[in-house]
Design a binder for this molecule. Structure first.
Ligand code: AMP
Ligand code: ZN
Length: 468
């Protein structure tokens, strides 16, 4: 099979053909570093990590796939947080402390999710020259104008502005609650550069603007993708909320600055994540940071749980699903990581599922069937093959990397001696038979204290499971 990806630009699943097969290039919008990343932010990080791994599998060779994910370290929210957190420090100093700390937290969190680091993680503050250069080009070519110390992109100058979001300028104007500013020719014109407020970081401005200022958000990504991937590249990704205005405006800037028909060939967007059926928000009290979640669950469980839903579907994040994910991984660890040697293989059907627009639920279904085969009547050599395929395929998407021992002793794992449990269950049964209910209750409590929940079935048997 060949890789097919859904392209937001064409609304179709297309065969992926890199512009240059010797250099496959992907850009994903990264975090704005002012606070802990939340579980929604983890979705694009995990999804595009899986795509990066798949591309590296399909286009093997050192340096053949280049993945760039930026760090937005210029933003109003950062300035506000810095002033709040370090009121006594000069703002520049406070901003540096906030962005450095948050960047480190972000890296620690996504490392714990088993995500590979991108090849380049450019910071906005280190690409101000490129931003200025782009703005100068846009003004010179007549796509942008300078007014009251701002530089603005004039959307009316671009004939197909709105193509990604599939909205015409008229529709946008009718529906938008954009600020009508005196320096804008059209309310939809967007900021490329603006004056800094007193005390805020400021850089020399593009031509025609005298006072130092700072870039708008969209121009940051046009500049960083240009610097590290070129004028046109293969894949651009991010969450669905970024389609408009962020990605629409990135496209406008880059295409008009370079006079090119496309910025990225394929635009990919992950669906949104909600928590226990509700939109995640601070006011609802269901706002979960990755750090909190990682205190309770292994990163691998979080990663696996995320991948059980197709990346374009909305995902409902629940404790129940996390519990199921942990159980499944436990079964796979038990079945496929013991006594198989170092060799692993990747199952072709598994890869085919991923090649179908990153269909991770289908790929995971394949892992389930490999597991069933291992547990089925297959024997000897064939069973080892199945185990190696289950482990190798899971590893290809960043799962089953631990040894069985490491899995059993992972943080938060309940280590249960199953022989002892079975012995206690038998003793309890004997106590019940001799009508010693005090003893049978005592044993039940002892099991409970061990974290084991028992269930007496109608057919007279007793089953048990580990409580979380
Ligand atoms: P932000 O820091 O808000 O710019 O978000 C960083 C990335 O996380 C972007 O790609 C967003 O689209 C994505 N994102 C934010 N919230 C969610 C969510 N609830 N579900 C999925 N993706 C999200
Ligand atoms: Zn971006």
């Amino acid at each position: 099979m060949e890789l097919r990806l859904y392209n937001t630009l064409t609304k179709e699943k297309e065969v992926f053909q890199p512009l240059d097969p010797a250099r496959v290039r992907m850009y994903v919008c990264g975090p704005t570093v002012y606070d802990f990343a939340h579980i929604g932010n983890a979705r694009p990080v995990i999804v595009f990590d899986v795509l990066y791994r798949l591309l590296r599998h399909l286009y093997p060779g050192e340096g053949r796939v280049k993945y760039v994910r930026n760090i937005t370290d210029v933003d109003d929210k950062i300035n506000a947080r810095a002033a709040e957190e370090y009121p006594k420090l000069p703002l520049n100093e406070a901003i540096r402390l906030v962005t450095e700390k948050t960047e480190k937290q972000f890296h620690d969190d996504v490392d714990a999710l088993g995500c590979l680091r991108p090849d380049v993680e450019p910071r906005a503050t280190e690409h101000i020259n490129e931003m200025r250069e782009l703005i100068d080009r846009l003004v010179k070519a007549g796509f942008a104008y300078v007014e009251q110390e701002h530089a603005l992109f004039e959307v009316g100058k671009m004939s197909d502005y709105g193509k990604l979001a599939r909205r015409s300028l008229d529709e946008m104007e009718a529906g938008a609650r954009v600020e009508v500013a005196p320096y804008k020719r059209n309310p939809m014109d967007f900021v490329l550069w603006k004056p800094s407020k007193p005390g805020e970081p400021a850089w020399p401005s593009p031509s025609g603007i005298k006072t130092p200022g700072r870039p708008g958000w969209h121009i940051e990504c046009s500049a960083m993708s240009w610097k590290h991937l070129g004028e046109t590249f293969d894949i651009h990704g991010g969450g669905i909320d970024l389609v408009f205005p962020h990605h629409e405006n990135e496209i406008a800037q880059s295409r008009c600055a370079f006079h090119s028909p496309v910025m990225a060939k394929t635009w990919m967007h992950n669906g949104f994540l909600q928590v226990e059926g509700e939109k995640m928000s601070k006011s609802l009290g269901n706002f979960i940071t990755l750090r909190q979640l990682l205190n309770d669950w292994p990163g691998e469980v979080i990663r696996f749980n995320m991948l059980r839903t197709h990346y374009r579907q909305p995902i409902d994040w629940t404790v129940k699903a996390l519990e199921e994910s942990e159980k499944t991984l436990g079964r796979w660890y038990e079945a496929a990581t013991q006594n198989i040697g170092d060799k692993t293989t990747i199952d072709p059907e598994f890869i085919e599922a991923l090649e179908d627009d990153l269909n991770t639920p289908k790929a995971i279904a394949r892992l389930h069937s490999l597991y069933s085969e291992i547990k089925g009547p297959a024997s000897g050599k064939h069973q080892i093959d199945l185990k190696q395929a289950l482990r190798g395929s899971a590893r290809a998407i960043g799962l089953l990397n631990l040894t069985y021992e490491q899995w059993l002793t992972r943080d938060g794992a309940k280590i249960i001696d199953s022989e002892k449990v079975e012995g206690l269950i038998d003793a309890r049964l004997a106590a019940r038979k001799s009508k010693d209910f005090a003893e049978s209750d005592r044993i039940r409590d002892e099991l409970k204290a061990m974290g084991v929940v028992i269930k007496d079935n109608k057919d007279g048997t007793t089953t048990w499971e580990i409580a979380r």
